[in-house]
Each structure stands twice: as C-alpha cells, then as structure tokens.
Design a protein around this ligand. Structure first.
Ligand SMILES: Nc1nc(=O)[nH]c2c1ncn2[C@H]1C[C@H](O)[C@@H](COP(=O)(O)OP(=O)(O)O)O1
Length: 212
C-alpha cells in the first residue's frame, strides 16, 4: 500500500545566521524549508569578498597558440593550504570591486602566468561546491598569441605559482602522467575538461548514436 502523497512546497531560505567569521570566509547556519514543507538547517560557508551582482571569482581556460607548436592549455600548480598539498588548476582568482569577469580573467592570467590574452568566451555564473558553499565562478575562455613578442618570454608576478603548458590533444594523459609522478590533486573542473577533450578528440562519433 502506497503512502499518501506529501504536499509539495517551493523550497526557500528562512534565515541566515553567522556562526563564525574571518577575513576571507564566514560560516552560517542556514534555515530553510525543504520541498515537502519541513523546516531544516544547513551549514553554509560563504566568501566575505563577493562584489554585488558578480561571481566570486573567475577560472581561465587559456589556450596558448604558437606557430609550429601544438595548442597548449596554460595551467598552474601551487601549494593550496586547505588541501595541504599542491594542486593542478586553471589560472583563477577573485573578482575585484567594479571588475567584469573578462577584465578579472585577463588580470589574473597576467599575474599568475605572465601571458597577455584575448577573451573569446565567458560562461554564465556557475556554482562550485553547492553542498558546502554559495561560491560561484565564471569560466573565461582566453586565446594567447604565443608568437606575439610580449608572450615569447612571459614573466609572472607570483613566485609560488608554477606554470605548466599541457598540449590540448593529450590533456588528460599528461595530467594522468603528472599524478603518477608527484603528489598532486587535480581540480575537478580541470579533469572533467580533460575527459571532454579526450571524448572530442578520440571518440567524436560515439555521442551521436546515443539517445537523449
Ligand atoms: N580562504 C582564504 N583564506 C585566506 O587566508 N586567504 C584567502 C582566501 N581566499 C583568498 N585569499 C587571499 C589570498 C590572496 O592573497 C587573495 C587573492 O586570491 P586570488 O589570487 O584572487 O585567488 P586564488 O588564486 O584562487 O587564491 O585572497
């Protein structure tokens, strides 16, 4: 015998109480009503730095294009305190006050890698880890003319960030090689991009036979 259907409600936030706050982050107790009308709580982290009507930060998929070279994705390796080890990530950073995602992306790319790029696309605001935090990002696609004089000997402004160039057509396998060689954790956006690239390069027709 099936149980009677529960009434459905539009889930919504009731209140947000700050439990702890630091310079960069705060922890809140979020009280909300769930889809069946029950009032519940959730532990939520938020950045204190978010600018009005903007994502918290940008991630940058930067493609270095040079004559007689394979196109390479510009990656950064750095020690990340929350992980307690080095990570492999797309260049990224927080959006400053009054900045657009595009401007923040070109600024962060220059700071972290030394390259000067040109924006060719930008995603909508996307969430990063919605079970943990309200943190959002916009991913900005950037092309870098590696033949341009200003990009032939790039000088980064952050000494603790190592720049790695990974060929686009071997992106996933180069990452797998790196992970075998050293203790490094790969950002999930990066690995998923690699899986997508492998699909596009090596199994481009497989998707067509799949039903929606
Ligand atoms: N959660 C954080 N804790 C900190 O102690 N400091 C933090 C946090 N998040 C950002 N920052 C600091 C570190 C940098 O000095 C600035 C700017 O970071 P940005 O380069 O924009 O972003 P990432 O490259 O993603 O660190 O903020």
């Amino acid at each position: 015998m099936s149980s009677p259907p529960k009434s459905t409600t539009i889930p919504h936030i009731v209140k947000e109480e700050v439990i702890a706050s630091g310079k960069w982050l705060k922890l809140e107790k979020t009280t909300y009503v769930d889809p069946v009308g029950n009032t519940r709580t959730w532990e939520t982290t938020k950045r204190t730095t978010r600018q009005a009507n903007a994502a918290d930060g940008v991630g940058i998929i930067a493609l270095l294009k040079r004559t007689l070279h394979k196109d390479c994705v510009v990656m950064v390796k750095q020690f990340r305190p929350p992980m307690g080890c080095c990570t492999l990530e797309f260049p990224a950073g927080l959006i400053d006050e009054g900045e657009s995602a595009e401007t923040a992306a070109l600024r962060e790319l220059k700071e972290e890698t030394g390259y000067k790029g040109e924006v060719v696309g930008v995603t909508p605001v996307t969430c990063l880890d919605p079970g943990l935090s309200n943190c959002t990002t916009q991913i900005v696609m950037v092309n870098i003319n590696g033949d341009d004089l200003e990009n032939t000997n790039p000088t980064q402004q952050l000494e603790f960030v190592e720049v790695l160039l990974l060929p686009l057509d071997e992106f996933q396998s180069k990452i797998d090689d790196l992970m075998k060689k050293e203790k490094i954790v790969v950002d999930s956006k990066v690995y998923i991009y690699g899986m997508g690239m492998s699909q596009a390069f090596f199994k481009p027709n497989e998707l067509r036979v799949l039903k929606q």
